[in-house]
Write a protein that binds this ligand. Sequence first.
Ligand code: PLP
Length: 459
Amino acid sequence: MTPKTIIEPFKIKSVEPIKFTTREEREKLLKNAGYNPFMLHADNVLIDLLTDSGTSAMSAKQWAGIMNGDEAYAGSKSFYRFEAAVNKITNMKHIIPTHQGRAAEKILFSIVGGKGKYFPNNTHFDTTRANIEFTGAEADDLLVEIGKHPAERADFKGNMDVEKLEDFIKEKGAENIPLCMLTVTNNSGGGQPVSMKNIRETKEVCKKHNIPLFLDACRFAENAYFIKLREKGYENKPVLEIAQEMFSYADGATMSAKKDALVNIGGFLAMNDEELAMKCRNLLIVTEGFPTYGGLAGRDLEAVAQGLEEVVDEHYLQYRIKSVEYLGNKLVDAGVPIIEPPGGHAIYIDAKRFLPNIPAEQYPGQSIVCELYLEGGVRGVEIGSVMFGKYDENGKLIPAMMELVRLAIPRRVYTQSHIDYLIEVIIEVFKNRNKLKGYKITYEAPMLRHFTAQFEPIG
Ligand SMILES: *Cc1c(COP(=O)(O)O)cnc(C)c1O
C-alpha cells in the first residue's frame, strides 16, 4: 500500500521534558520580559518556534561523531571528513569552516565589499545585509514580483527577477558588483524556494558580465526537495544530484550549518577561486582560527559532516516539508492568513490581514507573538516593523513591507501532536483576534532593535 500518513522517519532515543505553565504565570513572565519573547527564559516556553537555527535534534550517529571528533589543532581527521562531505555536495575546490554563517559572510564581504560596491540577491538575509552594509557597500534585493504577494500561490516565489538583475548590472556597472547571491530557500521572503531554471538563468546573466554567483546555501536541501516536487524533469532525480546541480552553477557559497547541516553550531565558506580563497583563509586565521578548524571543535566538524549526509535523505525531507505544509494547510482551512504556499522551514502568519484594525505603528505582529505565548506558551518571532521599521526625519515610523509572524520549525524536534497542539493555539488566538491590542515601544537599541526592545500594550 501507499500510506497516506507521513510519519516521523526516526524513533526517539533521548528525550527532554518541556515545562507547562499557567496563563497567569505567562502573563507575569511576559510582562517581566517587556512583552518581547526574545527576553523570555527558554525554560518557560512550551513550544519554541523562535528559530530553526541551531535548534535541530542531532542523530545518534552525529552524537557518536561528537565522541569521535579529532581535536588536533592542524590537519584534524574530522576536518578532512567535513571537507569531503561539503565537497560531495558542492564540488567546490576550497572549503573553509567557520563557526556560523555570519562568520563566513563577514570574511567574504570584508574582502570583496567596501564603499561603491553593490551586491544583488533575491533577498538578503539580515546578517548578510548587515555584513555587506558594515563594509560601506550596498545590499540590493531583486526578488520576483510574485514573491512580494503573501496570498498568491506559486511554485518558486523565491526566484531572482533576472530582468531586473540585467538592468541592475547595467545601471551599477559590472565592475562594481564583486558577486551576486542567491539565497536558497529565501528565508526572509517566507522560506520560498528558487527553481533550478532560475539558478541557471541567474548564472547566465552573471557569466555574461563576469560576475561570480554565490549561493547562500543554508537551506539547500529543502530547496532541492522543492525542485524535485515542483520542477519538471526533476521528479525522479535523487535530491543529492539536484543539490549538486544547484551548486554546479555557483562559484562559491556561504552556509550556516545550523540549518540544513542539522547541527547546533557551525558554518562554512566554499569557493573555486584560488586567490580569493587564500585571502579568506588569511582573514580566517585572524578572526576564526586555523583553516582546518575555523572556530569549531573537531567534534563539531564531525557532526556537520554526518548531518550533511542525513539531510539529503528523502524520507527526512518528505517528513520535513510535509509537516510544515500540514501545519500551513490546517491554518489556511481555518481562515488564518499566512504566506502561501507554506515554505520549507517555517509558517509566516500575515499579521496585516490577521489584525487589519491594528496599524503598523502599533506593531500587529508583536501583538500576535505576545498572544501566542499567553494562549499556549508558544514562542514565535515578529518579522515586520519591529524588526525592519525605520524612522523618517520627523521620527515617524517607516513601516516594513510586510507585517509577519514567523513560526520556525526546528528540525526533528517536535512530533505531529506538538504540531496539532500548535494549530489549536493559533486558531484560538485567531478566533479572539478582535480582543488583541496594539503595542508601543518603550525602549529600543539603535541597531537590531527587535532583540532587546521593550513594549507595553496600548489601552
Ligand atoms: C541563518 C542564516 C544566515 C546566518 O547564519 P548564522 O549561522 O545564524 O550566522 C545567513 N543566511 C541565511 C539565509 C540564514 O538563514
